[in-house]
Design a protein around this ligand. Structure first.
Ligand SMILES: [Zn+2]
Length: 252
């Protein structure tokens, strides 16, 4: 069984700082390949404490969408975990160039630990074991930010991390069967480069995935009890929408 496990669903600084929601990133188990996406604060602890326990030493890859601390905090730790403290050269790290060359969040000392360090760029495709990882478009989020489209045997699983809304997102992620969207804001706020609920809905309505999963919630999403609105949102977009919670496992 393939699955995605949400080790954290916190978005925005205050939800992370207060740990109102955990911030442990997203774990994927697909066709026998394991990887972790955006390992924010607490990823290792959440993995070890989850039931059943997730053994991050088994991961084959790490994907970092951008350098912000709620996504990148445990990137170096994950590299150490994946490579057995640097003693076992293995796995791939996918990261934007500014995470390496501009005030780097990936430390120099552990860059040689993984088998490969892929600097991701828009419109490029990368081989990842039996999977194909495509970077559809550069997001608008202040720092270099990318999501992915992951092609498995029979599905395309996509991750839309932090970004402001722009119409090209829809074409870029079209064809996705499972669509994970970081939806920080309940209502639109100017000059904050994050998606709000109605923008996430517009993306879902146009892409028509089999299932959409909202995660990475800011304070306004929690105050408005987003988890109670699953039915009405699903109805509005004519697609099953899942509201992630900490520790949730989504099987497919
Ligand atoms: Zn961010």
């Amino acid at each position: 069984m393939n699955y995605i496990k949400f080790l954290g669903t916190a978005g925005a600084r205050f939800v992370m700082i207060s740990q109102l929601r955990y911030s442990g990133g997203i774990f994927f188990s697909i066709d026998g390949i394991f990887f972790i996406v955006d390992p924010g604060p607490g990823t290792l602890v959440r993995a070890v404490q989850s039931k059943p326990k997730i053994d991050l030493t088994k991961i084959d890859g790490i994907f970092l969408s951008h350098r912000h601390i709620d996504h990148s905090c445990e990137i170096n730790l994950m590299i150490e975990v994946m490579t057995d403290g640097g003693f076992k050269k293995k796995g791939v790290v996918f990261a934007p160039s500014d995470c390496l060359f501009e005030d780097p969040v990936i430390l120099l000392y552990c860059r040689n630990f993984p088998e490969k360090l892929e600097i991701i760029e828009e419109k490029k495709k990368y081989e990842f074991k039996n999977l194909e990882l495509g970077i559809p478009i550069k997001h608008r989020h202040g720092v270099e930010t990318y999501g992915f489209k992951l092609k498995t045997k029979d599905k395309i699983i996509s991750y839309i991390p932090d970004t402001e809304f722009f119409p090209d997102l829809i074409g870029a992620y079209s064809g996705s069967h499972i669509l994970i969207i970081n939806t920080v804001l309940y209502e639109k706020r100017e000059n904050i480069q994050h998606l709000c609920l109605s923008e996430a809905e517009e993306i879902i309505r146009n892409i028509k995935p089999e299932k959409a999963i909202l995660t990475h919630f800011g304070m306004t999403m929690l105050k408005n009890k987003i988890w109670e609105k699953k039915e009405e949102i699903s109805k509005r977009v004519n697609t099953e929408v899942i509201i992630a919670n900490d520790g949730m496992t989504f099987e497919f």
